[in-house]
Design a protein around this ligand. Sequence first.
Ligand SMILES: *[C@@H]1O[C@H](CO)[C@@H](O)[C@H](O)[C@H]1NC(C)=O
Length: 177
Amino acid sequence: MRLSAAVIALLSTSATALSVFRENSVSANDELDVPGKSPLKFCDAAADRKDDIITIEEVVLTPNPPEAGQTLTIEASGIVKEAIEEGAYVNLSVKYGYIRLISTTADLCKEMKNVELECPIEKGRISITKNVELPKEIPPGKYTVDADVYTKEDKHITCLTAQVTFGRKTLGFFDDL
Ligand SMILES: *[C@@H]1O[C@H](CO)[C@@H](O)[C@H](O)[C@H]1NC(C)=O
């Protein structure tokens, strides 16, 4: 599914916009920041995530923030507290400004194949590394990605959100492209 690469890219990209923003303002919501170097945020406060099936340790994006037309490298690690079986799903939404581009339920196990993981994902520490080619022609603007992940039995796995703003390239010599 092509969608997943785009979604991974968007999720990673969102991190960018947030981190730029963060440098200019003291966030009252630091506990929502995903550790590492990315624009990702947790949807839920720490107390509400303690029973989540995945504890995300760190997400590092290079470059951070992501840039259209560049290869984005995503490195992530976490602890899986109980095996994740077939049937796990992601409620995913992608907005462009206020416009809802995508609102769908995706098969988590299928999506995980994009990062070389297969279900069942056993209990223990996992880490992934993934390169994503971000298309040059991403329309400029603010993207918001929300991903809420559940097991087949509707136990909460994790929930992440990210905002990424893609600008117009202003490097003079790209202007004619
Ligand atoms: C996920 O999305 C589906 C379809 O919109 C919805 O029926 C379901 O309640 C959602 N699950 C959760 C846990 O929000």
